[in-house]
Ligand binder design. Structure first.
Ligand code: ZN
Length: 222
C-alpha cells in the first residue's frame, strides 16, 4: 500500500496511465479493474472516472472504459510529463528510483510545453521512466517483444524490463525490489516459482517476491 495519498490531479494521471496502457493493448478496463490496479480507496477512483467521463476524456466502450480521441491526446501528454519528471528527479536530482513516483506526482503539473522541451533536451529524449515504462513520443522507445511477467518467466538469467504502474505507487513492493537488487534495467535470475511467488537472485541477495509483485514485474530472458 502507498504511504502517500495522491492529490486529485495525480490520481487523474494514474487513471489516464492505466487507460492508455490498456488502450494500447486493446483491452478497455472496467471501473473495477481500475480500482484493483490503483491502490487508493475505490470511491476516489470512481470519482476520478466520473470526472473524466463528464469532461469527455473517457467513454464507455462495451463493458469497459476507453479514451476518446481528445482523451488519448490528454493521456499521452500527462503520461509523458509524469515519466519525464520521474527521469528528471532520478537522473538530475539523484532521487532514488523507488521514490520518484510520488514526488513526480507532486511536480508534474508544473511542466509547461516549454519546460518539457528543455527537459527532453537535457535528458537526451529518454525512452523510459526509471521504472522502465515507455515515455510516449520518445524516439528511443525500448523494444522487448519477449518480455513476460515474472510469474510466467522461464527459470534462469533475465533482464529486468519494467514494473507496471500498479507497483509504482506501492512503496513496500518497491523497497522489497530495491533491497534485493531486482531493479529495472539490471540483470538478475529467476530461481523458482510457486503459487504465484517468484524466488529471484537480485544483484544484492535472493528474495521471495509475492504474487502481486511477480504479476507486475516484466523481465526478458537473456
Ligand atoms: Zn515510472
Amino acid at each position: 500500500m502507498p504511504t502517500a495519498v495522491p492529490t486529485r490531479d495525480a490520481l487523474i494521471t494514474e487513471v489516464l496511465e492505466v487507460l492508455l496502457e490498456q488502450d494500447q493493448i486493446g483491452l478497455p478496463p472496467t471501473t473495477a479493474d481500475l480500482e484493483r490496479r490503483i491502490p487508493v480507496p475505490c470511491e476516489d477512483v470512481t470519482g476520478a472516472v466520473e470526472a473524466l467521463r463528464a469532461d469527455g476524456t473517457v467513454e464507455v466502450r462495451g463493458d469497459g472504459l476507453g479514451l476518446t480521441p481528445t482523451g488519448r491526446e490528454r493521456a499521452v501528454t500527462a503520461v509523458r510529463r509524469h515519466r519525464l519528471t520521474e527521469r528528471l528527479l532520478a537522473d538530475v536530482l539523484g532521487l532514488e528510483w523507488w521514490k520518484v513516483h510520488h514526488e513526480a506526482a507532486r511536480l508534474e503539473g508544473m511542466l509547461s510545453e516549454d519546460l518539457e522541451a528543455r527537459v527532453l533536451d537535457l535528458l537526451d529524449d529518454p525512452g523510459t521512466c526509471p521504472h522502465g515504462n515507455p515515455i510516449p513520443g520518445s524516439a528511443n522507445q525500448p523494444s522487448h517483444p519477449d518480455a513476460v511477467t515474472l510469474a510466467e518467466a522461464p527459470l534462469g538469467p533475465v533482464h529486468i524490463v519494467r514494473i507496471t504502474e500498479t507497483l509504482e505507487g506501492d512503496d513496500e513492493a518497491l523497497q522489497l525490489l530495491q533491497n534485493c537488487g531486482f531493479v529495472p534495467g539490471r540483470d538478475a535470475e529467476v530461481k523458482e516459482q510457486r503459487d504465484g511467488w517468484a524466488l529471484v537472485a537480485g544483484t544484492v541477495r535472493d528474495a521471495a517476491l509475492p504474487p502481486h509483485v511477480a504479476a507486475h514485474t516484466y523481465v526478458a530472458p537473456r
